[in-house]
Ligand binder design. Structure first.
Ligand code: AP5
Ligand code: MG
Ligand code: ZN
Length: 215
């Protein structure tokens, strides 16, 4: 099963992608997480990506596409994967399609989690993230069992550097300009499914499971 998660920043892509990955035993591939671990590790790629991410802009396609295609050609991705945060531009979607076609493969579903902008700003303010395993929490809506610590791996939770209110608005603008066109793109491909992302995380997951069981 090859799945793409679409939706604005803060729509809950990461929250749901982790659940899907666990349920279907496929890797969760988040380009944001890969960039953040490169920044933390001080790699060349991390140095190049950092400024864009902190400003809430997209990392250029030249850096992003190769990185993602390399990741999904690893052995653990043979049985499928859930992509979270990729593609984010039409050229990224085209490159992915082309690379898969060469291997006789295709994406099965593009799941769009819909949340109005007004909700997003509130969600981002309370978000806490695990730098180790990528799990996300919310002080109010999805608190961890032990304050400040990840339920899954015990690591100390952090506030992401791009979650400042002024950056969040910029990320939403970037989303509407550069990523939103992918909704029509995947609708035309016939694999788009839309989900109401304003419900609770459990309700959103149930809706996703119902869609995935039809594949
Ligand atoms: P990335 O890490 O992908 O960030 P994003 O798209 O902005 O999305 P987020 O991770 O902020 O939100 P999410 O949808 O995963 O929501 P979450 O589940 O955490 O990218 C970061 C940056 O990297 C980009 O800005 C860009 O610079 C760069 N980048 C990455 N990929 C790229 C690409 N392909 N091309 C170019 N550049 C790229 O949920 C949010 C909060 O809400 C959490 O606190 C959560 O607990 C809470 N929550 C979740 N669901 C619910 C719910 N149903 N009800 C209430 N609260 C909820
Ligand atoms: Mg995320
Ligand atoms: Zn963790």
């Amino acid at each position: 099963m090859k799945i793409i998660m679409l939706g604005a920043p803060g729509a809950g892509k990461g929250t749901q992608a982790i659940r899907i990955a666990e349920r279907y035993r496929i890797p969760h591939v988040s380009t944001g997480d890969i960039f953040r671990s490169n920044i933390k590790g001080g790699t060349e790629l991390g140095k190049k990506a950092k400024d864009y991410i902190d400003k809430g802009q997209l990392v250029p396609d030249e850096l992003t596409i190769g990185m993602l295609l390399d990741r999904i050609s690893q052995p653990d991705c043979e049985g499928g994967y859930v992509l979270d945060g990729f593609p984010r531009t039409i050229p990224q979607a085209e490159s992915l399609k082309e690379a898969l076609e060469k291997r006789g493969e295709r994406i099965d579903l593009a799941l769009d989690i819909e949340v109005p902008d007004a909700h997003i700003v509130r969600r981002m303010g309370g978000r806490r993230a695990c730098p180790k395993c990528g799990a996300t929490y919310h002080l109010e809506f999805a608190p961890p069992e032990r304050e400040g610590l990840c339920d899954r791996c015990g690591s100390e939770l952090i506030t992401r550097s791009d979650d400042k209110a002024e950056t969040v608005q910029g990320r939403l603008d970037v989303y509407h300009r550069q990523t939103y066109p992918l909704i029509s793109y995947y609708r035309e491909e016939g694999i788009l499914r839309e989900i109401d992302g304003t419900k609770t995380p459990d309700e959103v997951f149930s809706a996703l499971e119902a869609l995935l069981s039809e594949v």
